[in-house]
Design a protein around this ligand. Sequence first.
Ligand code: PMP
Length: 425
Amino acid sequence: MSRNTELFERACQSIPGGVNSPVRAFRSVGGSPRFIKRAQGPYLWDADNVRYIDYVGSWGPAILGHAHPEVVKAVQEAAVDGLSFGAPTEAEILIAETIVARMPSIEKVRLVSSGTEATMTAIRLARGVTGRSKIIKFEGCYHGHADSLLVKAGSGMLTFGHPTSAGVPPEFIQHTLVLDYNKLDSVEAAFKLHGTDIACIIVEPIAGNMNLIQPVPGFLEGLRTLCTQYGALLIFDEVMTGFRVGPQGVQGLTGIKPDLTTLAKIIGGGMPVGAFGGRADIMEHIAPLGGVYQAGTLSGNPVAVAAGLTTLKLLSEPGFYERLGAQTQKLADGIADRAEAAGIALSTDHIGGMFGIYFSERIPTSFAEASSCNVERFKKFFHAMLIKGVYFAPSAFEAGFVSAAHDDAVIQATLDAAEQVFAKQ
Ligand code: PMP
């Protein structure tokens, strides 16, 4: 038996499903998850010492490649000075100043320890500031696992959501409206009906949790206009896209300013960090200044902040995003070309260091279209690539990530593997 399988069986004895976050269990693709021993640059090594080219990158944070020496050094140095104080540090000011300087809409920012905490608190803040209860989210967007956000779309416009998770009382989600991504009409209709009750819209401004789905022209602009018109707040959940699609997130690419932004992943450089920030007048409603409560024992943890700050510093090197974008494009275009040559219905999309692979003739623009891609084909592709030493996300509905360590040789090795895999599909 392989060491991975042995570890998985053992893990299942003491950890539900053998994993600490569900997608890791390979349930949707089948087979045993790989237990990772070590990671360096673009590579992972599993418990059987098999090396993989990694396109998951810890689900986004590893934009510099794994275990970047400067980030590791910063973590080691911070750790020597103490792991956690529960009191403020200068490094927290530095990372806050960096985020404020780079993210166009953020004037003040509060650190938390995960993306879930960031979105959960941003929603509470929006409700606290507006005094309204309803929120709008979009089908297929994931904003962490807070109760009111764990809602799948109901049938059609203005349907109040049903929880996708057991354990969420209907009362907790009765204020969550779930609408179709990229369908501005339904948002307009929702505001016409409930405008004065809607506290906020939360949106992945480029979605990465139903595979990669980009906003159609006018969608984000329309959300901004409607929020302004009805006095609701616009929250960009840039947990994934922040510092990933470009140096200033989606707000930098589009020039659209949300009222609040949530961040995580890259700003922690692989350590647990999240953040929410935005207009100063809104952020001042947070405790201790205002009446909206939020706190965290490990918020602004010095070791995590050291990793995040060093990561953000390295991202600001000239040409970083141009190079990252070029490598991502080589991968996405190369996979599409090889599929086409093999007569396989596949399309790809990419932006910054993020990409999508769709077993479909067309790039999807909605959850429904993303769901109709050929999942069986994806599963075969996933496992065949894994055997060839390429690790994609173990789900057809996740975006992929390229890092600065994915050089030409790494991309070429991936494309060669894909060519061989497509030839047999
Ligand atoms: N928002 C988005 C857009 C995400 O992609 C994620 C995680 N993938 C979250 C929120 C939740 O973040 P975390 O897993 O750090 O709680």
